[in-house]
Write a protein that binds this ligand. Structure first.
Ligand code: NHR
Ligand code: GAR
Length: 226
């Protein structure tokens, strides 16, 4: 570890929280040099809240109340992120679109994982749409969040073959297993100051990435996630 202190991260979830748990376990095991300052859910019913507490993490629910609108929600979210000292904000199955202002405040310090090979299949229900289109390949992408929805610079991708007989559930399960490997890996690269966003360019070890890191083709990525 090269930095004086561990990077403080906040993880935003809306549901199950399996990616949150994968990152938490990697930190707890010392494989990722980051501390999870807080888990924040935008839904009280998110199963990930219970899971986070079981993992010993501080978990908070910030709900957007009917009528109160996005501004009030984002103000509360911003306070919470500042309060816990978050240096990196990780969206992990977070289902609420954030305003351009909010995202800009965390430029280069906010990540998302999206279940498709971006720039293909932005938006929701990607597994279903991939099956309906008869694609032979699918996957997942970790990207920096910008105000272009699912359009920020891609850091890392993993692909899976679509198999004959796949359902949304079987396809999702294979994608999710890869997400649990690549997301902690990317957080680790940021925590050790190896990866950063400069303008719209992803820079790794001082060099611009000309294409996303690709699991399993990238050797270091393959070893780190083995
Ligand atoms: N915010 C910004 N500004 N930019 C991004 O790239 C973002 C973002 C917020 C969330 C995750 C994203 C995904 O990975 C994400 C990326 C939710 C929706 C959506 O339509 C779209 C994309 C993503 C997350 N949400 C509906 C809404 O009106 C609600 C859907 C629901 O509640 O089921 O916010 O895919
Ligand atoms: C993940 O597969 C993630 O890529 C996807 O939701 C799942 C969350 O699972 N994200 C989106 O679809 C964003 N729109 P998790 O809650 O178990 O981490």
């Amino acid at each position: 570890m090269t930095r004086a202190h561990q990077l403080k991260v906040a993880i935003l979830i809306s549901g199950r929280g399996s990616n949150m748990a994968a990152i938490a376990r990697a930190c707890a095991a010392g494989r990722v040099q980051a501390t999870i300052a807080r888990v924040i859910a935008d839904r009280a019913t998110a199963a990930g809240v219970v899971l986070a507490r079981q993992l010993g993490l501080e978990a908070e629910v910030i709900e957007a109340r009917e009528g109160a609108g996005r501004a009030a929600f984002e103000a509360a979210l911003m306070r919470s992120l500042q309060d816990c000292g978050a240096e990196l904000v990780i969206l992990a199955g977070f289902m609420r679109i954030l305003s351009a202002d909010f995202v800009q405040h965390f430029a280069g310090r906010m990540l998302n994982i999206h279940p498709s090979l971006l720039p293909q299949y932005k938006g929701l229900n990607t597994h279903r749409r991939v099956l309906e289109a008869g694609e032979r390949e699918h996957g997942t992408s970790v990207h920096f969040v910008t105000d272009e929805l699912d359009g920020g610079p891609v850091i890392c991708q993993a692909r899976v073959a679509v198999l004959a007989g796949d359902s949304e559930q079987t396809l999702e399960a294979r994608v999710l297993a890869l997400e649990h490997r690549i997301y902690p890996y990317v957080v680790g690269l940021i925590a050790t100051d190896r990866l950063e966003l400069r303008g719209h360019t992803v820079v790794l070890d001082g060099r611009a990435l000309t294409a996303p890191l690709f699991y399993p083709h990238d050797d270091e990525l393959k070893q780190a996630t083995a």
